[in-house]
Ligand binder design. Structure first.
Ligand SMILES: [Zn+2]
Length: 392
């Protein structure tokens, strides 16, 4: 067997697990990344796991860890045609059950086809003993489903994008519980931590059911991807995915609430068609690489832009559904307060100018329709950024 771990997860769980497997008669090989933090899901890490697979020829692979270790193992085993089992060390992100791998190549986050694990074995005591900040990361990733849900409903209303009530419910139930449970979660309450972990795994299953990340990822995730890009460009430090998502969720929720008032205004612009100097400066070298997303947006707006707003009674029905989603936002923001994820600029190395650029341009990163596309195409985005985002 091959156990993939890093120095932290070896201490938390990997050493014990490898010992138990050896005692049970298995030959155990280790791929231990020396990093205590900052391991990236990049070519180099994937290459290391592939090399270990080639050398050990294991009958099973176990990923002992959280986000990056699972993404790297999921992708490397997929390329090598072997299966793997996930052994989470912390409830820190929603990718445990995912069938795609979130990789980072040349500064751009890319989601690549991979495979879901054969099984997920999580020990509730290990999860509850995880560092408190990692529990906050998982909370942040899960609470982002509130604004992802709004964007999904909006995409369904604007272009008839597939929407599934059963998948929505699967994500919504644990989201609601985690908003209510945030104080117990932070206290390391085992039941609350298990509920968070289950919710994060359910989100992964929801994505697998849809065949894409739509139920679990909207403009709050695009904001997080934008910050990853700025970190790659050395304009800020890397920060944990879930924490970034939680931070972005507050601002996304404010923009979505503000969008409701002018929901029926027509879409007149194609987002990103202009490519201003300001926009190019934020993306730097990566601007060119995002050309295919711009092409997809252009095609989307050519097809659907003119049919917004929908005729009655669909228009009112969409407005009601979106208002219903947004009715949870005050509680979402209160939970973010309790979790210590702030409302001002300057958190995670994101100053006020960066924050504005984030919500101005994050829609350039994915060909998925969100509230940012709606507002930009309605020529309302700039004014609402002034209104919703904190100043410096
Ligand atoms: Zn996420």
């Amino acid at each position: 067997m091959l156990v993939v771990e890093d120095a932290n997860t070896a201490d938390a769980l990997g050493d014990v697990l490898a010992g138990e497997l050896s005692a049970a008669g298995h030959v155990v090989a280790l791929q231990r990344f020396a990093d205590r933090h900052g391991l990236l899901a990049d070519d180099e890490a994937v290459g290391a796991v592939r090399d270990a697979l080639g050398a050990a020829r294991p009958d099973a692979v176990l990923a002992v860890g959280s986000g990056v270790l699972n993404d790297v193992t999921r992708y490397a085993t997929f390329l090598e045609g072997s299966a793997y089992v996930s052994v989470p060390s912390a409830p820190s992100m929603d990718g445990y059950a995912s069938s795609v791998a979130a990789m980072q190549f040349d500064g751009l986050k890319v989601t690549l086809p991979a495979q879901a694990p054969l099984a997920i074995f999580a020990d509730s005591a290990v999860l509850a003993a995880a560092p408190r900040e990692m529990i906050v990361w998982g909370f942040g990733d899960l609470i982002g489903k509130a604004t992802a849900r709004f964007d999904w409903v909006l995409g369904n209303a604007a272009s008839g994008e597939v929407f599934c009530d059963a998948v929505e419910a699967r994500v919504l139930a644990p989201l609601t519980r985690c908003v209510d449970d945030v104080a117990r979660l932070l206290a390391g309450d085992e039941d609350a931590v298990v509920a968070l972990t289950t919710g994060l795994v359910e989100s992964g299953i929801a994505m697998a059911m849809m065949g894409n990340s739509r139920p679990a990822s909207g403009c709050e995730h695009h904001a997080s991807h934008f910050w990853d890009l700025l970190a790659f460009r050395k304009l800020r430090e890397h920060a944990p995915h879930g924490l970034q998502v939680g931070y972005a969720t507050r601002f996304a929720s404010g923009l979505q609430e503000a969008a409701l008032a002018g929901l029926a205004e027509p879409m007149v612009l194609t987002p990103g068609a202009g490519g201003s100097d300001d926009e190019r400066a934020w993306f730097g070298e990566q601007y060119r690489a995002l050309g295919p997303v711009r092409d997809d947006k252009r095609a989307w707006f050519a097809t659907y832009g003119e049919s917004w707003p929908p005729p009655e009674p669909e228009r009112s029905a969409a407005a009601r559904r979106l208002a219903d989603v947004a009715s949870s936002f005050p509680r979402v923001r209160a939970a973010l307060d309790v979790a210590g994820i702030p409302a001002g600029a300057g958190f995670l190395g994101v100053d006020a100018a960066m924050l504005r650029a984030t919500f101005r341009y994050a829609n350039r990163l994915r060909n998925r329709f969100t509230v940012l596309d709606l507002l930009e195409s309605q020529e309302r985005l700039d004014a609402l950024l002034d209104e919703v985002l904190p100043g410096s």
